[in-house]
Ligand binder design. Structure first.
Ligand code: ZDP
Length: 284
């Protein structure tokens, strides 16, 4: 059995194993990454991570990104991961471009990398358009045939919650709370993730508003549980904050693992800027 080379990276504490499948055995490496994602991501019996990301050739863009959550499921998109992807491609010499077009499950997205000392330090990503129609999330509420889901009541764990749903290619359910630190995330998060109204499950963000331009957020991720940060989640939170009149369109999102700067532009594109860090290279 051939060894799998990887690079451990993180974006605001959201950590991934990056696998280069641009030069050889692409299909085989993608299959291995998918089949072994859960074992590789196990923090005791494996390497440890929130997911595995495969860098492969693309016919539609500079490169293609495939992501596998730590439970082995394949999400359409990942925000912290695409910043790590852009850094990996540049720093490993797969391309010297600081602007990349990346094929993802949510379409072709563009990254702009900032260098320090010749290596990528931060990455700005045009995350594409926010999708609000209930069918696009998807979320199925009895009284919502189509259109956005903004501050709608949903019963979860025997309690009514006001939810706002946004898709950034992957599904997000945003809930505003008074004290995010005290929130029983491990107890409530899974009940949102697997709620019947979300046919493809959902990521759920619990948000404490500090000011119209600043929020604190914790996230229970679909297929990964609580993580230290979620990029697509921070984008969804900014859109939801603006739709609920709680924030503006430019928000600094404080997460357990670091900060992300989000701008929901008037043309509905969401721009995310944040760090990407390489930790070590390894082989299993
Ligand atoms: O949609 C999902 O299943 C997410 N768990 C994918 C990972 C999202 C990520 N945390 C992000 O930053 O957007 C990587």
């Amino acid at each position: 059995m051939c060894n799998l080379k990887f690079t451990k990276m993180h974006g605001a504490g959201n950590d991934f194993l990056l696998v280069d499948a641009t030069s050889q055995n692409c299909d085989h490496l993608v299959r291995v990454a998918q089949e072994r994602a859960a074992a590789l991501c196990d923090r005791r019996f494996g390497v440890g991570g929130d997911g595995v990301i495969v860098v492969s050739p693309s016919t539609r863009a500079d490169f293609r990104m495939r992501v596998f959550n730590s439970d082995g499921s394949e999400p359409e998109m990942c925000g912290n991961g695409i910043r790590c992807f852009a850094k990996f491609v540049h720093d490993k010499g797969l391309s010297s471009k600081t602007q990349l077009d990346v094929e993802t499950g949510a379409g072709v997205l563009t990254t702009h990398s900032t260098l320090s000392g010749g290596f990528v330090s931060t990455v700005e990503v045009d995350m594409g358009e926010a999708h609000l129609d209930s069918a696009e999330i998807p979320v199925v509420l009895p009284d919502v045939k189509s259109g956005p889901v903004v501050s709608r009541q949903l019963d979860v764990a025997g309690q009514e919650w006001a939810i706002t749903c946004v898709s950034m290619g992957n599904p997000h359910c945003v809930v505003f709370v008074d004290d995010v630190d005290a929130f029983p995330l491990a107890q409530i998060g899974p009940q949102f993730e697997n709620h019947a109204v979300f046919p493809r499950r959902t990521n759920t963000e619990f948000v404490q508003v500090i000011s119209p331009s600043e929020v604190r957020m914790r996230v229970w991720e679909r297929g990964a549980g609580e993580t230290l940060a979620c990029g697509t989640g921070a984008c969804a939170v900014t859109v939801a904050g603006s739709l609920n009149g709680k924030t503006g369109r430019q928000v600094l999102v404080h997460l357990a693992g670091g900060d992300l700067a989000i701008h929901w532009r008037e043309d509905n594109h969401v721009i995310m800027t944040g760090p990407a860090v390489s930790v070590f290279d390894g082989e299993v």
